[in-house]
Design a protein around this ligand. Structure first.
Ligand code: CO
Length: 487
């Protein structure tokens, strides 16, 4: 296990303020759409790197000067970086959602969002329970479809060749008009597993498995007890795993227009989180095991071993609540803001017992493993971490955490730059767990531009190439790799 006693970096208050200000610069909107060959390249793009990175995230955070109340409500913008024969090509495009188009035309905010109220007080919001599908959380290329995903609704289909929006997609009839499809699918043995939580009260959890052509293999449905805010899931050969954190919701202020839905979230730190283990193969077999109280958006990897399930998850003590009033990212008080750390869980399959152990002291998000290790015991896990090991701060670095404790590495892009989610691209001809590259979009506040970093997964301090864009891309969420090169 890791030595958690690493030197603490003591930043002065003004250093911290500069760091947060620099990071918050990455939440400036990018209103332009580009399409060009990337020519400003440091290093060399490996010739084995043939394929495409797609990445999603909010591209703009306001309409005509009216700011959205939460970064989760920014309009989804897909970035595509295609690699072929040592060259790279960039394109970005907004997802033309109904909300994006209508708000652009009207020149004002027309929809409520996760943390956004329409301007005009409660009268403008009362009984309006329609959210804008921001299509901003993840992007997936599956069954020849490119899908921009958002957990509260259906995915939007885009043309992978042109990035034109085709429209909302029901996945060949899989999703009826009210079904939502989460933004955190898992892929195991060429099967796509995803879920959706339907409704705000009397919720239903629906789980699907799709083959590689997008055809349904399985669908299961379970009623949820209490309020569930499920962002991510875990998968093993035999189980789906969900974590239901101890939320309660008082939806009346939302219904009557006084508060956004996110402001109605209550977190009960005296109640346990529930680990929900569901059989993939048996009908109606669900086990709920109560653990500590904690919150976490993102999980790492899960596997089965000796009558136990093991998994990693980014856990904070409480939910990091934002309000429309404090949505200015440059004013985040990181000393008080809940920070996630990576924990490893051990869940018994024969008794209602779960334990967890902290793996690293740095603040973290966006963990990933080599795609062929999903559902199998992993040695390495890659993720974004803070540049200190004493909790709060913006995500800045990339870590390759070695769970044996032997060979953990950290890559710091620079004191003014902030790496986004690392996406693991496997080497096409090699089979080791760290044979491949980590690809990450990095925002550099010193140039107000972004670049794509390609790191060797074996030695993440070996920067294989930096592909400099001619503009910035705001901090984003999730992306994906496909071995097809879309140019
Ligand atoms: Co996520």
């Amino acid at each position: 296990m890791q030595d958690l006693e690493q030197p603490v970096m003591n930043l002065t208050t003004s250093d911290k303020q500069t760091l947060i200000k620099n990071w918050a610069e990455g939440y400036k909107s990018q209103l332009n759409e580009y399409n060009y060959e990337i020519e400003n390249i440091e290093g060399e793009i490996p010739h084995e790197l043939e394929g495409t990175i797609f990445r999603n995230g909010p591209g703009k955070f306001e309409v005509n000067g009216q700011k959205f109340g939460h970064i989760f409500d920014g309009d989804g913008m897909i970035c595509r970086i295609a690699f072929s024969q040592g060259k790279a090509y960039f394109q970005n495009s907004y997802v033309r959602t109904e909300g994006y188009l209508a708000e652009k035309k009207a020149g004002k905010i027309l929809y409520r969002g996760f943390g956004t109220q329409k301007p005009g007080g409660f009268l403008a919001n009362i009984f309006d329970i329609k959210f804008k599908n921001a299509a901003n959380t993840n992007v997936l290329h599956w069954g020849d479809k490119l899908l921009a995903m958002w957990e509260g609704g259906k995915p939007h289909q885009l043309n992978p060749q042109t990035l034109e929006t085709i429209g909302l997609d029901d996945l060949n009839g899989l999703l009826d008009p009210n079904k939502s499809f989460s933004a955190h699918p898992k892929i195991i043995d060429d099967v796509l597993v995803n879920f959706g939580v339907q409704g705000i009260t009397n919720q239903q959890l629906v789980i699907w498995e799709l083959d590689k052509n997008g055809n349904k293999l399985k669908e299961k449905s379970f009623p949820m007890e209490g309020f569930a805010f499920l962002h991510d899931m875990l998968i093993t050969p035999n189980y789906y795993i969900f974590i239901q954190h101890p939320f309660k919701i008082g939806a009346l202020p939302f219904l009557f227009g006084f508060q956004s839905i996110e402001q109605c979230f209550g977190f009960d730190k005296n109640k346990p989180a529930k680990i929900i283990v569901i059989s993939r193969h048996e009908d109606n077999q669900m086990n709920i095991i109560e653990g500590d109280s904690f919150f976490g958006f993102h999980h790492g990897n899960a596997w089965e071993k000796d009558d136990h399930i093991y998994f990693q998850s980014c856990c904070s003590d409480v939910y990091p609540q934002m309000t429309q009033e404090n949505s200015d990212m440059s004013k985040i008080a990181y000393d008080k803001f809940p920070t996630s750390n990576l924990y490893q869980f051990k869940v018994s399959l024969t008794s209602p017992k779960v334990t967890r152990e902290k793996l690293d002291n740095r603040g973290c998000e966006f963990p990933c493993v080599h795609p062929n290790w999903v559902g199998k015991e992993n040695r390495y896990i890659y993720m974004n971490v803070t540049d200190n090991n004493n909790g709060g701060g913006p995500l800045q670095n990339i870590i390759k955490l070695d769970l044996t404790g032997e060979a953990t590495q950290v890559w710091n892009p620079s004191p003014t730059a902030f790496a986004g989610e690392p996406i693991f691209v496997p080497h096409p001809e090699k089979n080791g767990e760290d044979d491949g590259w980590l690809v990450s979009l990095v925002y550099d506040s010193s140039t107000n531009k972004s670049y794509l970093a390609i790191l060797s997964a074996q030695d993440i301090n070996q920067v294989v190439a930096k592909l400099h864009l001619s503009h910035h891309i705001p901090h984003g969420f999730h992306g994906t790799w496909t071995s097809k090169a879309f140019i």
